[in-house]
Design a protein around this ligand. Structure first.
Ligand code: ADP
Ligand code: ADP
Length: 233
């Protein structure tokens, strides 16, 4: 579903590539964790999936990244909304509207869907994420966990095949983190969405993972395996 073919990324002015020769595949309909020490290139890898790298970060990408067959270098993030949704650490930086309902609708605006379809997708997503009671609330009045669920909802309404999330629970307490992770697991199991989630606190997320991709560091190839296999390394 998500495929990296010999991908290297250089940021402008950097002496070394941020990632080099990365080759791996994320299978469809699974929750895959992307792990590795800070600075190893996890955010860069996710950015290459969502099109943020190189379109919004600058830099140069060599090799090929595809999501559902679409090349992320030749499409801007907005043009990838129906294949991949992107959620970061800080939900507040994600939002462009005031209320929960408006935010869920906003993500679909460039898709040219009929208003009735958009309304139905908003309803379906409110239910899926347990946000129906909060629909008219200003987003700034919600808890961190609720905000992160709204951020996920806003990228789900275009019905993407894949979601990439960069440490989505890092600002959350353990209970709120669990809520968010349970939502992701439901998306994978009930809708067949492919999830790639970067996290450095492995113990918090590993129980939710089907597979782990470990970025070991400069020059080393990613190691891919079942959680127990990779944890044993
Ligand atoms: P991780 O997410 O694993 O912490 P990153 O992908 O954020 O790793 O960073 C990988 C390397 O690229 C680091 O050396 C980092 O300093 C550098 N880097 C990340 N983003 C940028 C950027 N926008 N411009 C320049 N260098 C960057
Ligand atoms: P439309 O495609 O016209 O919006 P629906 O809203 O009824 O039609 O959804 C079509 C199907 O997509 C439903 O079977 C629903 O379960 C499924 N679906 C719901 N949410 C998602 C999602 N996030 N990604 C993919 N499919 C989804």
């Amino acid at each position: 579903m998500i495929r990296f073919e010999d991908v290297s990324v250089w940021y402008d002015g950097a002496a070394e590539p941020a990632v080099e020769g990365v080759d791996f595949e994320v299978p469809e309909g699974e929750l895959t964790l992307l792990v590795g020490p800070s600075g190893v290139g996890k955010s860069t890898v996710l950015g290459a999936v969502s099109g943020l790298v190189p379109h919004f970060t600058g830099g140069t990408l060599r090799g090929r990244v595809t999501v559902a067959g679409r090349d992320t270098r030749t499409h801007k993030p907005r043009e990838l909304a129906d294949v991949v949704g992107t959620v970061g650490q800080d939900p507040l930086s994600h939002f462009v509207t005031d209320t929960v309902e408006d935010e869920l609708a906003y993500g679909m605006e460039s898709l040219g869907l009929a208003p009735a379809v958009m309304r139905r997708r908003v309803e379906e997503t409110l239910d899926l994420l347990g946000l129906a009671d909060l629909r008219n609330r200003p987003i700034t009045t919600l808890s961190g966990g609720q905000q992160q669920r709204v951020a996920i909802g806003s990228v789900l309404t275009p019905h993407p095949k894949a979601l990439v999330l960069d440490e989505p629970t890092s600002a959350l307490d353990p209970a709120a983190a669990e809520e968010v992770l349970a939502v992701l697991q439901r998306l994978v199991h009930d809708l067949g969405t492919t999830v790639l989630l970067a996290e450095h606190r492995l113990e918090r997320v590993v129980q939710y993972a089907d597979r782990v991709v470990l970025l070991p560091g400069p020059g080393a190839r990613p190691v891919i395996g079942a959680p127990a296999e990779v944890m044993a390394l």
